[in-house]
Write a protein that binds this ligand. Structure first.
Ligand SMILES: Nc1ncnc2c1ncn2[C@@H]1O[C@H](COP(=O)(O)OP(=O)(O)OP(=O)(O)O)[C@@H](O)[C@H]1O
Length: 704
């Protein structure tokens, strides 16, 4: 009789405990899910092993110390803003003036850059006066701060364009912050700094992001190289993209043509090469495009690209993997993980209505294809600019000056009354939120990548063939080509995340009010933080690197568009010659006082929009001095100027092996060596049908 209630109690207690267990399991699962999706993806733990690390020579600050030093990171102490965080001026307890970089705590990319910066800059085997001194760092929870020596004249970018943002007529040569001798010394300093990194460091350091905003100026306008967030150490056994590029893209295509489709023998000399005057930014864009186009130009490179580098014990490791199977932050693999950029916001904030419309188109196109193509982005953007204000050209000597309100609302044309205005009137940079990055199963990713490579390869072939080639595609020669290319392709080793499709996780955010957004290519769209929204003139919005932030910001990219070497298409490791290329761009920028890509409203002046191709045209016509910043008047050394420009052009050779190495660059600048005569080279520029070759046409018509 009594057994019934007993059974009921037992059943009830079993049911309750079972439900509790299930509930606990569900809660645990949900917590795990939340932790792994939200918390863990935001920051990777930074392990500071003081004993083993080269960081032990660096001072470790507390957050409170740095907060006090910068007066709670007040806007008044804000001295700049880069892709990875804001920089503040601060005074330490001992009275030392420092620059404190406060990194975005929610960005995995920033975490990598932080670790990279500390390990490379902090681990330099000897100090170099031409490299900015890293004084210390702070790691507390998810807070990451880096402390540098303070450079009173901030960045070269600011100094160069501070001058240019003043009215040209008002600034006499004597009032220029950067007169000729300073400019020449800066070029020499940067070359020497690179020489230190490439030749004196063991292992050599590839800076990977040489550009004016990463060159800081001390009180005497002496230059120091900074920002090692994208740098890397070079291993002996590595094969960089420059070797691959030269072997494969440079020689194979040209040799192939000259051999009528017969597979070339290794070591076959290049015979008939032609200098191609095509607009270079197009090739740079193609080379640098973060998704399909990046592969498009350099699919041949992929053919022999090794993603596995050998460690000293000979064990094959993936880039970024260390011997213990862990992650080595010095070797961050390139991938497209951060490539979901909504350019429509960027455009709508920087250009007029037409461009807004264009921005919408871009957004629509992203929706359609799911992938971003930088080349289209920039070329179309340029097109929209030209249409938007076809009668404007602030460089057009023939037309005379234009009123400020007539100018395209492009930040790099904006004039500032005072240098201080930079920090007083923070620029509203649109941002996007960094998408969460999840580590993919390496096997899955390899299969995926191989598929993508195949697709992209096919697509590239289609793109590259002109009509004649397409007709003869079925012919015997082409079949031989196919066999040979297939052989090359069989060597493909997939790399990380190339061409990773766009994710639109943050799409709802993009659709919100523009006014509250700011843009940083490294970090993406973000709500404006009024506290830290100071603007740096060194910001790429000011630099003509407007587009480049996409590239420097996505982990598929190393460096900055217009400064990044064309051999880099989002794959593999950049090598020393990539730094040489960036140095070449920097030299031209310093000498001309112009941004590498300065979008103009007049199609006639498009040749001037691209500093590199314009300087090639001038060199062709023997008139390189036309490039020199006109604000200098006659106050410059003509011999030095033409030496620098010719040297820059040598550094800008598309084939890395044709560029001088840094030792020679320094010798040439010091006058200890002549610029070696440079052979012509095959240009990997895109087909003329894709990008109209205005410069060449113009050149021809001039010749007539
Ligand atoms: N040590 C320093 N002393 C003085 N100013 C500095 C120092 N470091 C950085 N700055 C200023 O802060 C600005 C931002 O620097 P940061 O390195 O964060 O970004 P960036 O190089 O402009 O962009 P990115 O990091 O995206 O390439 C610089 O342009 C410079 O004006």
């Amino acid at each position: 009789m009594d057994s019934r209630p007993k059974t009921t109690v037992v059943l009830l207690s079993i049911t309750i405990s079972a439900s509790l267990i299930v509930l606990a399991a569900v809660l645990y699962f949900l917590h795990y899910l939340w932790y792994s999706l939200v918390r863990r993806s935001r920051t990777s733990p930074f392990s500071f092993d003081a004993a083993a690390s080269p960081l032990n020579k660096l001072q470790r600050f507390t957050y409170r110390e740095l907060k006090n030093a910068t007066h709670n990171f007040t806007a008044a102490n804000s001295i700049g803003k880069g892709g990875s965080g804001a920089v503040f001026r601060g005074i330490l307890k001992d009275g030392k003036l420092v620059a404190v970089k406060l990194l975005d705590p929610n960005s995995l990319q920033c975490e990598h850059e932080f670790q990279n910066e500390l390990k490379i800059l902090g681990g330099l085997n000897k100090p170099c006066p031409l490299v900015v001194t890293l004084l210390g760092f702070c790691v507390e929870k998810n807070k990451r701060l880096v402390v540098y020596e303070y450079m009173p004249n901030r960045s070269l970018q600011e100094s160069l364009f501070f001058d240019s943002n003043n009215n040209n007529n008002d600034v006499g040569c004597n009032n220029l912050r950067l007169n000729w001798s300073r400019r020449f010394c800066i070029i020499l300093d940067v070359a020497k700094a690179l020489s230190f990194l490439h030749l004196e460091c063991d292992p050599p350091v590839i800076h990977g992001d040489v550009k004016p905003s990463n060159v800081l100026l001390d009180s005497n306008f002496g230059a120091k190289l900074s920002d090692f967030g994208l740098s890397r150490l070079k291993l002996d056994c590595e094969i960089g993209v420059d070797n691959l590029f030269s072997q494969d893209l440079g020689k194979s295509q040209e040799i192939f043509r000259s051999s009528n489709g017969t597979p070339p023998a290794i070591g076959t000399p290049m015979e008939s090469c032609h200098e191609n005057d095509e607009v270079d930014f197009a090739s740079a864009l193609q080379a640098s495009a973060s998704s399909r186009n990046g592969c498009k130009v350099y699919h041949n490179v992929m053919g022999v690209l090794p993603i596995a580098s050998l460690n000293l014990k000979g064990k094959e490791l993936l880039p970024g993997e260390n011997e213990n199977g862990g992650w080595n932050s010095k070797f961050v693999p390139y991938d497209d993980e951060l490539s979901s950029v909504d350019h429509s916001k960027e455009l709508s904030l920087n250009v007029g209505d037409d461009a807004k419309q264009w921005g919408k188109d871009w957004w629509w196109r992203q929706d359609g294809s799911g992938e971003l193509c930088s080349k289209d982005y920039v070329t179309e953007w340029i097109g929209s600019q030209i249409c938007a204000s076809a009668n404007l050209d602030n460089w057009d000597e023939e037309k005379g000056p234009i009123t400020p309100h007539e100018k395209i609302v492009l930040d790099n044309s904006r004039q500032l009354d005072k240098f201080e205005e930079v920090s007083e009137n923070p620029m509203q940079e649109p941002r996007f939120e960094c998408p969460n990055i999840e580590q993919e199963d390496s096997k899955k990713s390899e299969v995926c990548d191989a598929k993508r490579h195949r697709k992209m390869h096919e697509w590239w072939k289609e793109e590259q063939m002109d009509e004649r080639e397409k007709i003869s595609k079925k012919g015997n020669k082409a079949n031989r080509l196919k066999v040979w290319r297939n052989k090359e392709r069989s060597k493909i080793v997939p790399h990380f995340g190339l061409g990773k499709c766009f994710e639109f996780k943050k799409r709802r955010k993009f659709e919100t009010d523009d006014q509250n957004m700011e843009f940083s290519f490294r970090k993406g769209w973000k709500k404006n933080n009024k506290k830290n929204n100071s603007r740096s003139m060194g910001s790429d919005m000011w630099s003509g690197d407007l587009f480049s932030r996409e590239l420097s910001s996505t982990t598929s990219m190393r460096g900055t568009l217009c400064y990044v070497a064309p051999e880099y298409g989002g794959l593999g490791y950049l090598m020393e010659k990539a730094d040489i290329y960036s140095l070449g761009v920097l030299i031209l920028v310093v000498i001309s006082g112009r941004r590498p890509l300065h979008v103009l409203s007049s199609p006639i002046k498009l040749e001037k929009a691209n500093l590199i191709s314009w300087s090639r045209i001038l060199a062709h016509s023997g008139n390189v001095l036309e490039l020199v910043d006109e604000r200098l008047g006659d106050e410059y050394d003509k011999e030095q100027a033409s030496l620098c420009i010719n040297l820059a052009l040598a550094c800008l050779k598309k084939m890395p092996e044709l560029r001088p190495d840094i030792g020679d660059v320094v010798k040439i600048l010091k006058g200890e060596m002549d610029i070696p005569p440079l052979p012509f080279e095959f240009s990997p520029s895109p087909p003329p049908s894709k990008i109209p070759n205005r410069s060449r046409r113009k050149h021809k018509s001039n010749g007539d």
